[in-house]
Design a protein around this ligand. Structure first.
Ligand code: ADP
Length: 173
């Protein structure tokens, strides 16, 4: 089935879904932006699980995804994916960001998640151009054939991202 796609403005920690995707960094030790808020609201259990993953596999590479439980958050899982730091290399950065979405969706499915939320990965501190990032996110998710996922929510934190997503969704429908 093709999951339903929704755009909303707000905070990832307030959305009720089975799996919340976090825009993590490769250390998995937390950071600013959405990562900081997820760890702050979700509590220390998330960091403890991230440390176990780090001990096992040494962090998470760009484009890859790992999961923990969601601590105090109402979700079942947090999927931590590491977006690329924008460096102007369109091809490489596009590939890496596509991998974030694909690997997060595949991991969510392997966990049996029915719903998932994505932040606008890499468009904060990592400075990926917002319109290109949104096109990549929507291209991957609108083409995704899923066995478990019924709903994909894009949680836009800033007005600019929300407007870009709304514009692109309207163009495609
Ligand atoms: P990255 O390092 O991948 O760029 P950031 O967390 O800096 O990660 O930014 C990614 C996106 O998450 C940005 O669009 C930013 O506005 C957004 N963001 C920041 N806080 C939140 C939050 N609480 N919920 C959802 N998105 C958020």
């Amino acid at each position: 089935m093709k999951p339903k796609i929704q755009i909303t403005k707000g905070d990832s920690t307030k959305i009720e879904v089975d799996a919340i995707v976090n825009a993590a960094n490769s250390s998995l030790l937390g950071g600013g932006g959405v990562d900081g808020v997820i760890h702050k609201v979700g509590g220390k259990q998330i960091l403890e699980e991230c440390i176990l993953i780090r001990n096992r596999q040494g962090g998470c590479k760009t484009g890859n995804a790992v999961y923990t439980t969601a601590g105090n958050l109402p979700s079942k899982y947090i999927i931590h994916t590491v977006g690329p730091i924008w460096n102007g290399d369109v091809e490489k950065c596009t590939q890496a960001l596509s991998n974030c979405y694909k690997n997060s969706l595949a991991l969510a499915e392997s966990l049996g998640a029915k719903s998932i939320s994505f932040p606008n990965i890499s468009t904060g501190v990592y400075r990926f151009p917002k319109e290109l990032a949104a096109k990549i996110a929507l291209e991957i998710t609108t083409q995704w054939e899923s066995s478990t996922l019924e709903k994909i929510i894009f949680v836009c934190f800033d007005d600019e991202n929300e407007q870009i997503y709304q514009k692109l969704i309207n163009q495609n429908s």
